[in-house]
Design a protein around this ligand. Structure first.
Ligand code: BGC
Ligand code: NOJ
Length: 829
């Protein structure tokens, strides 16, 4: 069942009922100010950091689920309704939500009154603009009232939802004309404030939540002020400050009225926090005066429909330009809309927010993940390479001099998070991959010379290349008994915790280390990760390629020897006959072997091992891919492991705590499905690659949205696996490495347009039925118009390649570097 449709021409998903199986959300903003907005206008805003600078409040784990947001209430002759249906939930005569690129338009209609609300965060602007267009489509004059509502969060979202004994007494607001200011803690140690304004006179306001609702026993669905058709002009003094504007409107038949609301955030320099004179009409209890210049300028920027239209146009142009860097036209509409619109859009969101704030990530638990953000770069780097460059430097700055990494850092401070610490065995490798991806995209080798601090200490700064070297040798210097990388606290799979042996509730699997291993230096010196071994052999060649380019042939040969040795070690100790093992546990026992009772085969190491061609000479690649098909493939994708664990294995940790079919215990973890899609394409099996792709790519789940539940336009982290009761049900949508990796899988492996150090590789691996496809790729200042022909209906194999009519050997298009458009013609066969 569907709950809407794709409007590809407008790059929107159009939802036609507020009652989606889960809140279907969008993200507004892509630099400093961010908002989450659901199809019923739920959600919240923050500046840079969802934990440390939360602007509006949101209650997670609420009942009903999505309650709290920016709400407009209309009281039209006693009928009270919201354009987005929630929170009052009066049945609407018409409803539509259009989620687009950085904006959302929600339209509701009731009793002949239509309200169309456009929400967006303009480019380079720290605020959310909300344009409300009210039209009287009835034949009678309408007199009605509209109330806005936003609830302030007291900045630190963690503190805000725990420290009530203090917070119920700290809230401070002011009102000046139609602008309500939120000033909690501004006088003292903060230099930032927020405001909510409307570009018209108002007939009243509320700033105290309980006064607005009329009773502490009322919810957002039942505000007394709205019912009374009149604001109470409350002034919040502590408790829970909100901002609500009240306006009375009369519309003749056919008449339209536009109101523009802005929810903004501003920071003042320390020496410019205060103003000298109090503005006339200011409602305040403060003796000091806020310097309002920034808010004034922001309000001025979008206070007319013309300015709003220009802001929207700028946003649209920005996205059109971003999405024109890579465009394809394949025989499959769903592929086209994923590649040309939604997958790229999601890559921007994951790049911006890592795993911090979604409807499944509270924004207070995690900042930027080291491994996550490095992988996010892979799907984003072609869009705005300069931002990727800065991100790589920020991430590398949190690294330790020995190559170890803080597992996460806080976006506002950019400092490593010592609560989580480090010793995740895979972390350093992702940085080699992301820096290489940046160089391959841009040809900008100078990034390797940038002096980048270790542990955020400038005195420890070394060139970026040094960071790659310590990353590579962090693996080489930490090998276990079989010459495989030590598993440490976890690898990519946060839930395989081989040094944990936890038997006490509440111990975090990610941060707890058994005292026995703590004494040995933090982790078992026996437990080894085959996944990290395979990631090492997949990633290592990029490091070698960099060294070779720099003419460091000896270092390159030394690194290559380590890669070769690792491949040998894997074949000797970690090939199980039909697939690769997952690990050796701290007891030296195999994990992910046919000898195991449960968890005989795992997905993670297989794709990278295949793409590293480990054991290819003895057919290990095809055997492995066939085993995945046989044991992990099911209707909705590839499960992570099989059979699912049915009991707690203390030696494995968190993975076995999940009920079978969910999360890392045999859930369909879409992120590593992408690695198999890449591997199938790499091995030339375009049919299988596409089969797996189409099982998890969101546009393909649209028809079964009732089962899949989460948004049909973005990937989620997980889909319930074949052992789950809710087989096929999506979870944890939006913030997942799947966005970047499936962008890589479809664009670089299936469609085969892949930046390399020395040019643009074009080597597709597609379904044989396709006659071909076309693609446009902007690359290092040139534009390549690529035509792929598949007259013999093969999966893979470049028979000929021409650039502007001139034949080129192999399948790498050399960089023209003349800023012009070039025609690339590839014939498969
Ligand atoms: C989840 C992982 C997550 C980890 C760290 C685990 O409970 O299953 O997916 O990465 O916690 O937050
Ligand atoms: C989610 C984390 O963000 C990611 O880093 C990890 O790889 C997966 N969970 C698998 O555990």
């Amino acid at each position: 069942m569907k709950f809407g449709h794709f409007d590809d021409a407008r790059k929107e998903y159009v939802i036609n009922t507020p009652k989606t199986p889960y809140p279907w959300i969008n993200y507004l903003g892509n630099q400093g100010f961010f908002s989450l907005i659901s199809n019923t206008a739920g959600g919240y805003s923050f500046y840079m950091d969802a934990r440390l600078r939360r602007i509006t409040r949101y209650r997670y784990n609420n009942v009903p689920l999505d309650m709290g947001g920016r709400y407009f209430y209309i009281n039209d002759g006693g009928t009270i309704w919201n354009p987005g249906w929630s929170p009052v939930k009066t049945e609407l005569d018409e409803y539509e939500c259009r989620h687009g690129m950085g904006y959302t338009i929600i339209t509701g209609k009731k009793n002949g009154l239509k309200a169309e609300v456009t929400f967006f965060v303009p480019q380079n602007y720290d605020g959310e603009v909300q344009q409300v267009v009210l039209t009287n489509e009835s034949s009678d004059t309408k007199e009605f009232a509209i109330f806005s509502m936003a609830e302030w969060c007291l900045w630190d979202a963690q503190d805000d939802c725990t420290n009530f004994q203090r917070n119920f007494s700290t809230g401070r607001v002011e009102i000046l004309g139609s602008t309500i200011y939120h000033l909690t803690e501004y006088r003292d140690r903060r230099n930032h404030y927020a405001f909510y304004t409307v570009n018209d006179t108002i007939d009243g306001y509320d700033t105290d939540r309980d006064a607005f609702l009329g009773s502490i026993y009322n919810g957002w669905d039942n505000p007394e002020t709205v019912k009374a058709g009149k604001a109470s002009n409350s002034f919040a003094d502590g408790w829970s400050p909100i901002a609500s504007h009240f306006k009375k409107i009369t519309l003749a038949p056919g008449e339209t009225k536009t109101l523009i609301y802005i929810l903004g955030y501003a920071e003042n320099p320390q020496d410019k926090k205060f103003a000298d004179t109090k503005p006339e009409g200011l409602l305040t209890r403060e003796a000091w005066v806020l310097n309002r210049e920034k808010a004034d300028a922001m309000i001025d920027k979008y206070n007319t429909p013309e300015k709003v239209a220009a802001g929207l146009e700028e946003l649209r142009t920005t996205w059109d330009n971003l999405l024109s860097i890579f465009r394809v036209d394949t025989p499959d509409d769903k592929v086209n809309r994923m590649v040309n619109i939604w997958n790229q859009y999601q890559c921007m969101v994951t790049f911006n927010l890592s795993r911090s704030a979604s409807y499944f990530e509270s924004g207070i638990g995690r900042g930027m993940g080291f491994r996550d953000s490095n992988q996010d770069v892979l799907g984003f780097v072609h869009q705005i390479p300069d931002r990727a460059r800065q991100r790589l430097i920020d991430i590398a700055s949190t690294q330790m001099p020995d190559g170890g990494c803080y597992h996460q850092y806080q976006p506002l401070t950019k400092k490593g998070n010592s609560d989580i610490g480090g010793d995740f065995s895979d972390d350093p490798l992702w940085m080699i991959l992301s820096v290489a991806a940046y160089i391959k995209e841009t040809g900008d080798w100078s990034i390797l010379d940038v002096q980048v601090p270790y542990d955020n200490d400038e005195s420890l700064a070394k060139p970026m290349l040094d960071h790659l070297t310590v990353s590579f040798y962090h693996i080489v210097n930490n090998l276990g008994p079989h010459g495989l990388p030590l598993a440490m606290r976890a690898d990519w799979n946060d839930c395989i915790n081989l040094s944990c042996f936890s038997d006490t509730p509440g111990e975090s699997f990610q941060t707890y280390t058994n005292p026995k291993f703590k004494a040995e230096g933090g982790y078992s010196k026996i437990a080894e990760s085959v996944f990290v071994a395979a990631l090492f052999t997949y990633t290592g060649p990029a490091y070698v390629g960099i060294l070779e380019h720099l003419g460091k042939t000896e270092e390159a040969a030394k690194a290559q020897a380590e890669i070769d040795k690792m491949k040998k070690n894997v074949m000797e100790s970690a090939f199980d006959g039909e697939w690769f093992l997952r690990a050796y546990d701290a007891n030296g026992e195999k994990m992910g072997s046919h000898e195991c009772e449960e968890g005989k085969i795992f997905i993670e190491p297989q794709g990278f091992a295949v793409m590293s061609e480990i054991g290819k000479d003895v057919g290990a690649d095809i055997k492995t891919l066939n085993s995945i098909d046989k044991y992990l493939n099911c209707e909705f994708g590839l499960v992570l492991n099989n059979p699912a664990f049915t009991k707690y294995y203390i030696q494995y940790g968190e993975i076995s705590t999940y009920p079978g079919g969910y999360k890392e215990n045999a859930g369909i973890f879409t992120h590593n499905n992408a690695w198999i899609i890449c591997a199938e394409a790499y091995a030339g099996r375009g049919e299988k690659a596409f089969e797996y792709y189409s099982k998890i790519a969101p546009a393909f789940t649209e028809e079964t949205s009732d089962i899949h539940k989460t948004e049909p336009y973005v990937y989620g982290q997980m889909i319930g696996g074949k052992d789950a009761k809710n087989f096929g049900q999506g979870k944890n949508s939006w913030l997942t490495g799947t966005a970047a990796w499936n962008m890589v899988a479809i664009s670089q492996y299936i469609l085969g347009v892949k930046p390399e150090f020395d040019g643009l590789r074009v080597d597709p691996s597609i379904p044989a039925a396709w006659d071909g496809f076309t693609a446009t790729r902007q690359f290092r200042g040139d534009t390549y118009e690529i035509v792929i022909k598949n007259p013999d209906h093969v999966n893979k194999g470049v028979k000929s390649l021409t650039v502007d009519g001139v034949a080129v050997d192999g399948c790498i298009v050399p960089v023209a570097g003349d800023g012009k458009t070039h025609k690339v013609e590839v014939t498969l066969g």
